[in-house]
Design a protein around this ligand. Structure first.
Ligand SMILES: Cc1cc2nc3c(=O)[nH]c(=O)nc-3n(C[C@H](O)[C@H](O)[C@H](O)COP(=O)(O)OP(=O)(O)OC[C@H]3O[C@@H](n4cnc5c(N)ncnc54)[C@H](O)[C@@H]3O)c2cc1C
Length: 408
């Protein structure tokens, strides 16, 4: 479990474990039942230094690695999924995008919000632009020194509780000419026209709202544009590249839920007796346990490898896309199986809301969907393996098919 970790990483892991058991676990069931965002836990996370860990020291953070973050996320997810997701978003995703591409002012703004307990929101998905992110229609029109943003996003994690928003929109210049897709920072409460329309009724992960957002003539000053080095034209790919850190984080939440469920199952099968002996003595359950442990260990190794890949091969500020995709696919699918089998080992009790297994089963189900579905990520993996572009639109596919195949 602690293979290849240095003393600093082990100490951080231990500190996160202690925090998760003392602060997050006692709140998990209530947060789920009341569907209330745990402000107390978020504040405690900030005080304990688990928010903004990856922010460079120059901006008040600790300059910690994604591997450090992954270690903390797993410990939180074993006890409370909502807490783990707050840690993901306060260290990866939008905040790492700003830290990679933002201006000095943007970095200072984002750091001050996150370090004081804000979980930023990343706003990409729209009702008609899900897996096909490039179909997004939210638009930002340049008007003098500002942009006017109009459109709608849905399934935005933290909608209604997050202050800092990173909003993806199609950018148009003053003449109405399209420039590409850009990222805009907005702070809820300050940006007029940023509206929270409604909250989704989710299956699990109920302590963080999934919001539908509307931008109605929202004004974004030009200095709130997050501009990757490649500019608007090719900047969308750079901005989406930042999502690879979020993917590693999401996969780790799933893996952590599975680790927590498996711990419970191991304890239970040693204690529960049927036919005059602990059910853990039955080989039928022993082999299930072994398979669960093997999958968990493999998922953890893949996630750690993906987290460590930041900066390798070209100094990217984000994890390698191929490693991140593989790890998220494997971890999210394995976690669903592990949690399901853990629940099975509790028999009827596993199906009861008195135990956390049913909550874990609802929570873990999301991770093959959000942040790139398991199907779409497989296309990314295959594309890298084949060395081919694999456009998914009909026109894109026809164009690629018509291109003469490069000589091997
Ligand atoms: C809990 C939760 C939190 C989320 N948080 C955020 C957030 O904070 N910010 C944000 O921007 N978005 C967020 N999302 C949205 C998420 O990223 C999208 O749901 C996801 O990208 C899939 O889009 P979709 O739901 O529209 O599914 P669709 O794209 O409509 O897909 C439907 C089905 O078709 C499959 N499919 C689609 N295209 C292909 C293809 N080319 N090949 C094979 N199969 C395909 C999909 O895998 C899926 O099974 C969240 C979602 C959830 C559930």
């Amino acid at each position: 479990m602690s293979h290849g970790l240095n003393s600093d990483e082990l100490a951080l892991q231990q500190r996160a474990r202690e925090f998760a058991q003392r602060v997050a676990r006692p709140r998990a069931a209530e947060v789920d039942a009341t569907e209330q965002y745990p402000w107390d836990v978020a504040n405690a996370l900030a005080e304990a230094g688990f928010m903004g860990m990856t922010i460079p020291k120059a901006y008040g953070g600790q300059g910690r690695s994604f591997l450090d973050t992954v270690l903390v996320i797993e410990e939180m997810a074993k006890c409370c999924t909502v807490t783990a997701r707050i840690v993901v978003e306060a260290n990866m995703g939008a905040i790492s995008t700003v830290m990679a591409y933002g201006s000095e002012e943007q970095k200072k703004l984002a750091a001050s919000l996150v370090l004081s307990g804000d979980k930023p929101a990343i706003c990409i998905t729209e009702p008609d632009a899900g897996s096909d992110t490039t179909a997004l229609t939210t638009r930002a029109d340049k008007r003098g020194d500002r942009y006017i943003v109009n459109g709608r996003k849905h399934w935005i994690t933290g909608g209604g509780v997050s202050k800092l928003h990173l909003i993806f929109a199609r950018v148009f210049d003053e003449k109405g000419e399209e420039l590409g897709i850009g990222g805009f920072l907005a702070v809820r409460g300050e940006a007029q026209g940023l509206k929270i329309v409604r909250r989704e009724k989710t299956m699990g992960l109920r302590g963080i709202p999934e919001g539908e957002l509307a931008f109605e003539d929202m004004e974004a000053p030009a200095d709130m544009v997050v501009m990757p080095p490649s500019g608007f034209k090719r900047g969308f790919a750079d901005l989406m590249n930042a999502y690879n850190s979020q993917r590693v984080g999401a996969g780790t939440v799933a893996m952590g839920i599975a680790a927590g469920a498996l711990d419970l199952a191991v304890g239970w099968v040693k204690q529960r007796e049927q036919f005059g002996r602990p059910v853990g003595e039955f080989q039928g359950l022993q082999w299930m346990l072994a398979d669960m442990q093997i999958q968990l260990s493999a998922a953890r190794l893949m996630l750690h490898a993906a987290a460590r890949s930041r900066g390798q091969g070209g100094q990217s500020a984000f994890p390698d896309p191929m490693l991140a995709a593989q790890a998220k696919i494997f971890a999210s699918e394995a976690a669903i199986r592990i949690v399901n089998d853990s629940l099975q080992m509790f028999g009827a009790r596993g199906y009861s809301r008195d135990l956390p297994l049913e909550r874990m089963a609802r929570d873990v189900r999301m991770f093959t969907i959000g942040g790139g579905t398991a199907q779409v990520l497989r296309t990314l993996v295959a594309s890298r393996m084949l060395g081919w572009k694999l456009p998914q639109t009909r026109e894109g596919y026809m164009r690629e098919a018509a291109r003469p195949m490069a000589a091997e």
